[in-house]
Design a protein around this ligand. Structure first.
Ligand code: FAD
Ligand code: MLT
Ligand code: ZN
Length: 462
């Protein structure tokens, strides 16, 4: 085992002294996660600027038995992007991809672009739009979350209904395995069947199989004409019935998001605005977003006007009114975080999905579990995917709460992680939805690619 300063000196020799942060205050911003629930101490934060530098850093850490925590924007919500609290500081480094911020020329014919892992979701979208195209994944953390992090967590967001998760945006990938070997291709061939498909294997691997350095990303047409509606429904089941009508009746449907009264109260107070529609006491609000080459308002209003499941509608097609409506959904997470900070205790987040026909039942279980615990629950999420974010404040017994809710999710044929990933937060609950054989095979695969077991220890590992 090389001496501690030997490794830091070696890392300085690889990436340059300016990009090896060892001082406490310089490392601090990289060592606590966005929710404030996970924090650890690293030997150093290392910021490589090229793929060969990433390879050399991984080899050096492997030789020294030091774990590597890949990090992009550090907006992950499951504890996978910061040093492990239980590990000694000298046993782990953070590998930041922020210097991988290059965006290639947009190829309008192939509808593709190459982006560095450190490019933000917002920069990817702005680059596409500067060429009359658009990005298929969008979510509120767009200005900080990175391409590499979104690939590692297979991020979803609000356009999954129409364009899929990050997995579907991947036309190619370049990554460095823990051994320092570079894999993948950025050619962006729409069709290829020639052995391991690295984008598929690495998307959702949460930094446990290697470091994504660049990606070839699909682009979508930019639909300039938008219509956004805030709609009340008397129950989740009514909202699910309306979803069926929207999916079959509105060709330009982008998103159908779910806002419960608990979330609406919090976000309205946080942004200082009253919602134009208030749901019935046991009801919900939907935020329906449409985008097309021609104004989708008429299609949307025709479906809403003929549905018996709508109790109140506000629609906007001009950009400023639309932005104000979207704020009621986009800013819920920050509203919860602000409340958690004021309470002095981190939010306890569950990110679950069930078949939409079981969503009402799941939310009933979740609310009952919150009452039993005595905590405050703020549910919201992505209705079309049956994905609800159960945010809890003031939880007394998180283990019991999670066991009750995640157990019911599994019984309903759902998943304990819809889009945030497993991280360290949910690793111990994986056996609820993965068999012993699957978990053993996953471990063997990780050991094959990471024989020294340096990549993001504890993540995805029950
Ligand atoms: P980080 O937090 O830095 O890392 C996340 C994980 O990816 C870690 O395990 C890390 O080790 C790994 N990783 C990061 N970069 C790489 C790389 N280059 N190679 C290999 N592994 C890597 N998520 C959604 O899916 N949908 C949403 O709607 C959504 N909304 C959000 C709203 C807010 C306000 C916030 C704070 C977060 C939200 N998130 C959402 C969660 C988060 O933004 C996503 O998980 C995002 O993909 C994380 O990107 P990041 O660059 O911040 O990754
Ligand atoms: C969202 O949909 O806003 C995100 O997934 C964030 C969250 O769950 O807090
Ligand atoms: Zn979400």
């Amino acid at each position: 085992m090389l001496g501690e300063m030997d490794l830091v000196d070696r890392l300085r020799g690889i990436v340059g002294a300016d990009h090896v942060l060892v001082d406490d205050d310089l490392r601090a911003g990289y060592e606590t996660d966005w929710t404030g629930r996970w924090a650890g101490t690293s030997k150093a934060v290392v910021r490589p600027g090229s793929t060969p530098e990433v390879a050399a850093v991984l080899r050096a850490c492997g030789e020294d038995g030091v774990a590597v925590i890949p990090q992009g924007g550090n907006t992950g919500l499951v504890g996978g992007s910061v040093p492990r609290s239980e590990r000694p500081p000298g046993s782990q480094i953070v590998l930041s991809t922020r210097r991988f911020d290059a965006l290639g020329e947009v190829d309008a014919r192939a509808m593709q672009v190459t982006a560095g892992a450190g490019v933000t979701i917002g920069a990817w979208r702005a680059h596409a739009r500067s060429c009359g195209l658009d990005a298929g994944v969008d979510f509120a953390a767009r200005d900080t979350a990175t391409i590499g992090g979104a690939i590692a967590t297979n991020a979803g967001g609000s356009r999954v209904l129409r364009f899929g998760t990050m997995r579907r945006q991947l036309a190619g990938i370049e990554a460095v395995l823990p051994t320092g070997d570079v894999v993948g291709s950025l050619a962006g061939l729409p069709k290829e069947t020639a052995g391991i498909h690295w984008p598929s294997l690495l998307c959702g691997s949460e930094g446990t199989l290697g470091v994504v350095t660049r990606a070839r990303l699909r682009l979508i047409p930019h639909f300039p004409e938008t219509a956004t509606a805030m709609v009340g429904a008397a129950s989740v089941d009514d909202a699910v019935e309306l979803l069926a009508a929207l999916r079959s009746g509105v060709a330009d449907l982008d998103a159908v998001e779910l806002i419960t009264p608990e979330a609406l109260d919090l976000v309205s107070a946080h942004i200082g605005a009253d919602p134009p529609v208030v749901p019935p006491a046991d009801g919900v609000l939907l935020l329906i977003d449409c985008a097309g080459h021609r104004d989708p308002s008429d299609d949307l209003l025709a479906v809403l006007g003929s549905s018996p499941h709508v109790v109140g509608t506000a629609i906007a097609s001009d950009p400023s009114r639309r932005a104000r409506l979207l704020d009621f959904r986009d800013r819920i997470t920050e509203a919860i975080a602000a409340t958690a900070t004021a309470l002095g205790s981190p939010t306890f987040k569950l990110d679950v999905a069930v078949p939409v026909t079981h969503l009402a039942e799941l939310m009933h279980t979740a609310r009952e579990a919150a009452v039993a615990d005595g905590c405050r629950i703020i549910p919201f999420g992505h209705l079309a995917e049956g994905n609800v974010h159960l945010n809890h404040l003031g939880v007394r017994d998180p283990e019991q709460l999670a066991a009750t809710v995640l157990g019911r999710v599994a019984e309903l044929g759902g998943t304990i992680s819809a889009e945030h990933g497993i991280g360290v937060a949910k690793a111990r609950w994986l056996p609820l939805i993965r068999s012993r054989a699957e978990l053993d095979a996953q471990r063997r695969l990780a050991e094959a690619l990471d024989p020294l077991r340096i990549m993001n220890p504890g993540v995805l590992a029950p």
